[in-house]
Design a protein around this ligand. Structure first.
Ligand code: HEM
Length: 337
């Protein structure tokens, strides 16, 4: 081939390639240069400083995952890492200090007259099973949730990065899965005990007398649950329902709506968790250290007759009168073991 023919062939080849590229569809051209339309690092850094929105394209159903930087989120991040953190720790510390003060000032609420040796059935096995399922799942959920809020600041420096990483990843799994037995037991407890938790006139008297908690020898009458317990019941039912609803929204963000809605659910979840945990600390105190003879109700299912008379006089009378009637023998007074 002469040099002139070679040059003509090269020109023809370049012309053909140029023609081919100009005819290529836009999508194919993008495939050839995959990074051409992606967000560059300097763009991200600039957006962080100037507060611009940066978003890209995703092929998964959750389109919001394409939003890389949203300046509005900064306010939410500050709220959840700052204010909410302080709130959660603050309310638990206040509750613990309050209970400690109550214990040192009032002391344990004693069983006046001592144990009679005769016991009364208070909760059947199914009620206790539901209560302990609710209690154990709540406690694990509260601790693993608290770890998300303050674990990095409090636990990480103590146990180190590796242990904290393992603990937190197991904690996250436990939190996500135990939410379901928590919701089931919450629904069961609601159905079992709602009938005993309808507020009545007698509850006002109990509240007026502070439940008799502050003065020895004062015992306002109460049915199966007194006003204080009714308050605990409704806090657990309504607070638990709010935790459940917002928790499901957090687990499945595409159900939550916009990113702002998801953030709203996260704030409600954290605030209700703090308030409910404080109430439950008070409940656990009364059920264990705070009141002599109370734990037996959920431990053995039976309480001493004197305890029933002292704290739930109307209920005790009801059970005793049913015991003398043979038709209602299922709630009979049983001799102590
Ligand atoms: C170690 C933890 C706990 C202990 C020792 C405990 C103990 C008790 C006891 C003794 C009772 C029966 C009181 C009575 O006979 O009048 C009771 C009732 C109840 N518990 Fe718990 N409990 C614990 C945790 C929880 C948790 C975490 C929840 C809910 C999230 C819960 C919800 C309830 C409810 C709704 C009642 C009925 C209303 C009331 O008595 O206040 N408990 N508990």
């Amino acid at each position: 081939m002469t040099s002139r023919a070679f040059a003509a062939a090269m020109v023809a080849l370049f012309a053909a390639v140029a023609l081919l590229f100009s005819a290529m569809p836009e999508t194919m051209a993008q495939q050839v240069t995959p990074t051409a339309s992606s967000v560059q690092e300097d763009e991200l850094l600039r957006a962080l400083q100037t507060g611009e929105n940066v978003s890209g394209r995703v092929s998964i159903p959750d389109r919001q995952a394409g939003e890389l930087i949203k300046p509005d989120n900064k306010g939410w991040a500050d709220l959840s890492q700052g204010t909410l953190q302080t709130f959660a720790v603050g309310i638990l510390v206040v509750a613990l200090i309050g209970l400690a003060l109550f214990y040192f000032i009032r002391g344990r609420i004693a069983l006046e007259g001592g144990f009679s040796g005769r016991s009364i059935l208070r909760f059947g096995w199914f009620e206790r099973l539901a209560h302990w399922m609710l209690a154990s799942t709540f406690i694990v959920l509260a601790l693993t949730g608290l770890n998300l809020v303050i674990g990095r600041a409090v636990i990480l420096p103590i146990v180190g990065e590796n242990a904290f990483g393992t603990l937190s990843s197991w904690g996250k799994i436990a939190h996500n899965y135990l939410a379901w037995p928590f919701m089931i037991s919450l629904a069961i407890v609601f159905v079992l005990w709602i009938v005993h938790n309808i507020p009545g006139r007698i509850d006002l008297e109990w509240i007026k007398q502070g439940g008799g908690f502050m003065k020895k020898g004062v015992h306002p009458p109460a049915k199966k649950f007194n006003a204080g317990q009714k308050i605990v019941f409704w806090c657990v039912v309504l607070g638990g329902a709010a935790m459940s609803y917002t928790g499901v929204m957090l687990l499945f963000p595409h159900l939550a709506g916009t990113g702002a809605d998801w953030q709203f659910y996260q704030v409600v979840h954290a605030v209700v968790a703090g308030l409910l945990s404080a109430v439950i600390l008070g409940h656990i105190y009364i059920g264990t250290l705070g009141m002599e003879g109370a734990f037996d109700a959920m431990g053995k299912g039976e309480v001493d007759e004197n305890w029933a008379e002292q704290h739930h006089s109307l209920w005790a009378r009801e059970v005793k009168s049913a015991a003398v009637s043979p038709a209602k023998s299922d709630e009979a007074i049983a001799p102590a073991e």
